[in-house]
Design a protein. Structure first.
Length: 268
């Protein structure tokens, strides 16, 4: 692939860039028109999602060579979004046929069940989005992923410049790491996480207790309670995804400090 790009005539490359731009505009116009058949929307879905399925990687700060990127990045979760859109298109057609047709569409209940299941699967995939070993991201930043994509892209007709750029900061990894972390490492990480939570929880209770006992005044109690409750609330907002959990945990922590202030603070 690299030799093909290097030896290509510059005029030919410019012509291909022009043809690609024209093809992109034509495909975008076809996307806006929508699928001709809602029961078979795959060709339209490919045009809709093709630019977010795969990217070319470039290290931040280096000179960018569109034809020789530092690697590639594939987002497998976008395939699930394509599946959701395909099922949605079929359900739209089912509803129209059900509303204006004389008969019940065949298999509409199965399509609805598949749509719900696909949404649940996507929610499961989202849980890995903040994990550095996200199994739904195939990236050249990992050695084995890089090998797979290198072999898949080793065709003269493939032009990396057609991919959108994606900038990375860290180095490419050389170790042959597994697709997900081993169970032993997962157990160790889980224990360390629980240990960290226990430590932080103890500190949020012990530090304000010491402050309010050593400086037993009403103003010290109010300032310490306000500062620690605010800090605890921000910490919960960062680590928790459920709004009710953030509110309830912050309220419980505030109640503990308020009770402690009421029992120990000298109003004088």
């Amino acid at each position: 692939m690299t030799d093909y790009v290097v030896t290509m005539n510059r005029d030919i490359a410019d012509d291909q860039d022009t043809n690609y731009a024209q093809r992109t505009r034509r495909e975008w116009a076809e996307v806006l028109e929508g699928p001709a058949d809602l029961n078979r929307p795959t060709p339209w879905l490919v045009k809709l999602h093709k630019h977010t399925l795969m990217y070319r990687l470039h290290h931040q700060g280096r000179t960018i060579n569109d034809d020789e990127p530092d690697g590639y990045r594939i987002n497998l979760s976008d395939l699930q979004r394509m599946r959701l859109r395909r099922l949605q298109a079929k359900l739209v057609q089912d509803v129209v046929n059900l509303r204006f047709g004389n008969e019940e569409p065949l298999g509409w209940d199965h399509d609805l069940h598949q749509y719900i299941k696909a949404l649940q699967d996507y929610e499961y995939m989202v849980k890995f989005s903040e994990d550095e070993t996200d199994p739904f991201i195939v990236t050249a930043e990992r050695c084995v992923d890089s090998i797979l994509m290198r072999n898949a892209m080793d065709k003269p007709e493939i032009r990396p410049r057609e991919l959108r750029p994606f900038h990375i900061l860290g180095p490419l990894r050389k170790a042959l790491a597994p697709i997900t972390i081993p169970r032993s490492e997962a157990t160790s990480r889980s224990f360390k996480a629980r240990l960290g939570v226990a430590t932080v929880g103890c500190l949020f209770l012990i530090i304000p207790m010491w402050i309010m006992v050593l400086h037993n005044t009403l103003w010290t109690g109010l300032v310490a309670t306000t500062a620690f409750v605010a800090a605890f609330g921000l910490l919960m907002a960062f680590f928790l995804s459920d709004n009710i959990q953030v509110l309830s945990s912050s309220a419980a922590y505030a109640a503990v400090l308020v009770v402690f202030v009421g029992l120990t603070t000298n109003p004088q």
